[in-house]
Write a new protein. Structure first.
Ligand code: G3I
Length: 336
C-alpha cells in the first residue's frame, strides 16, 4: 500500500529542477529579489517549485540590513528566510563584507582602525547571530581581489589591513558555528593570477585553522565569451585536494552583443549553462549551482548594461527557456 501511494505521489508531483537535483542531494538555487518576491505570486511559485536553495540578492547587503550605525533592518530578509524554510529550501546569506552597497554612515566618515574593526565585528556577529541555525552558508567576504591577484583597495583593507578577511571568517564562525563559510568572487573559475591568489589565501587559512568551508564562483557569463572548462575542473580539483567545497553562486548568461538570430543565442546560452553545471556535477566537491535571478525581466543586467537582455532560465511570460531544459537534462543524466 505504502509503495503504491509513494508511486502515486511521485506521479502527481511535477518534475522540477529541485526534484531531480534532490535525488542526489544536490542544491539548485536562484537569487531572490525583494520586489517580485513581495509582489509577484507567479515568481514565488517558481521559486518554491523549482529550487531547493535561495540566495538573497540584495537585502542582506550592509547598506540594506544595517542602514544606520545603531539599527538593523531584518524585515525583508526575515520574510525570505521564513519562506525558504517553510518550503524546505536552504538559504545562502549574501554578503557580510564587500566594497559595494555600503551605507553612507560608514563611507562618509573616517573611522580609526580600532573603530572600524569593532563596527565590522559587531555587524557580522549581529547579522549572523540573528540568523543562527537558519542560514546554510554565508558569503562571508565578497570580491576582495583584483584580477592581477592583489587585494582590492577598499575601506576594509585601507583601515583594518589585510587581516580583515580572516577576522571576518572567525567572527562569522563564532556567531554560527554550524553555518558553512564561503569566500565568493568573479573571474576566479579558471587558472589565472586572481584565482591563484584566492587559492593561496584559502590554503593558508586551512593551514592556520581559520574557519573557511568553501569558495563561490559567481560565473556571470555571456555567449560572446568562451570558457575553458578543463581549467575550471582543474581549479575545482585543487580545492577538493585541500578539503574545500566549491559552488557556482551567481550564474547568468548575457545574450546581448551578438548578431546571431535570437533562437540561436538562446541555444548558445543553454549550452553554456549546461557545460558549467556539468563541470560542477563532475567535481565531487561542488555542492550547489545557483543562478543570479529567475525571470529575465527582474535580472540586474539590463539596468547595469543599459541594454535589453534575457540572461536567465525563465522568460518574461514565466515560460521555461532552453537554458532551463538544458539544466534539467544535465541533472537528469547525472542522477544515479
Ligand atoms: O531599491 C532601489 C529602488 O528603490 C530604486 O528606485 C532603484 C533605482 O536605481 O534602485 C534600487 O536599488 C538597486 C538594487 O540593485 C535593487 O534593484 C540599486 O540601485 C542597485 O545598485 C542594486 O544593484 C545590485 C548590485 O549587486 C549592487 O548591490 C543588483 O541588483 C545585484 O544583482 C548585484 O549583485 C551582485 C552581487 O551582489 C555580487 N556579485 C555581482 C552581482 C552583480 O553585480
Amino acid at each position: 500500500m505504502f509503495f503504491f501511494s509513494f508511486l502515486y505521489k511521485s506521479f502527481l508531483e511535477k518534475n522540477s529542477l529541485r526534484k531531480v537535483a534532490s535525488e542526489d542531494g544536490f542544491l539548485v538555487g536562484a537569487s531572490v529579489s525583494s520586489i517580485p518576491f513581495l509582489e509577484d505570486e507567479k515568481y514565488r511559485k517558481i521559486l518554491k517549485d523549482e529550487f531547493n536553495l535561495l540566495t538573497i540578492e540584495n537585502d542582506m547587503k550592509f547598506a540594506k540590513i544595517h542602514p544606520q550605525r545603531d539599527s538593523y533592518n531584518f524585515v525583508i530578509p526575515d520574510l525570505i528566510v521564513e519562506f525558504a524554510l517553510e518550503n524546505d529550501m536552504k538559504v545562502r546569506g549574501h554578503t557580510l563584507v564587500w566594497h559595494a552597497t555600503l551605507p553612507d554612515w560608514l563611507t562618509y566618515k573616517n573611522y580609526s582602525k580600532e573603530e572600524l574593526t569593532i563596527i565590522l565585528k559587531n555587524h557580522i556577529q549581529e547579522v549572523v547571530g540573528h540568523y543562527r541555525g537558519k542560514i546554510y552558508a554565508w558569503d562571508v567576504v565578497n570580491e576582495a581581489y583584483n584580477d592581477d591577484g592583489t587585494l582590492r583597495e577598499n575601506i576594509w583593507l585601507k583601515t583594518i589591513g589585510p587581516a580583515y578577511i580572516e577576522l571576518a571568517f572567525k567572527w562569522a564562525h563564532e556567531a554560527d558555528p554550524n553555518a558553512l563559510l564561503f569566500y565568493n568572487d568573479y573571474s576566479n573559475e579558471g587558472i589565472n593570477p586572481k584565482s591563484n591568489a584566492i587559492f593561496e589565501m584559502v590554503k593558508n587559512f586551512k593551514n592556520k585553522g581559520i574557519p573557511v568551508n568553501g569558495v563561490g564562483f559567481q560565473m556571470h557569463s555571456s555567449i560572446t565569451y568562451s570558457k575553458n572548462y578543463e581549467k575550471i575542473i582543474e581549479n575545482f580539483k585543487r580545492y577538493r585536494n585541500i578539503g574545500v567545497d566549491v559552488q557556482i553562486t551567481e550564474m547568468d548568461v548575457k545574450v546581448q552583443h551578438s548578431h546571431a538570430p535570437y533562437d540561436r543565442r538562446l541555444e548558445q546560452q543553454a549550452d553554456m549553462y549546461s557545460k558549467t553545471l556539468n563541470v560542477c556535477l563532475l567535481s565531487s566537491n561542488c555542492s550547489a549551482f545557483v543562478t543570479w535571478g529567475v525571470v529575465d525581466k527582474y535580472s540586474w543586467i539590463p539596468g547595469f548594461t543599459g541594454q535589453k537582455d534575457a540572461p536567465l532560465l525563465f522568460d518574461n511570460q514565466y515560460r521555461s527557456k532552453p537554458s532551463y531544459d538544458a539544466l534539467y537534462k544535465e541533472l537528469e543524466e547525472n542522477s544515479n
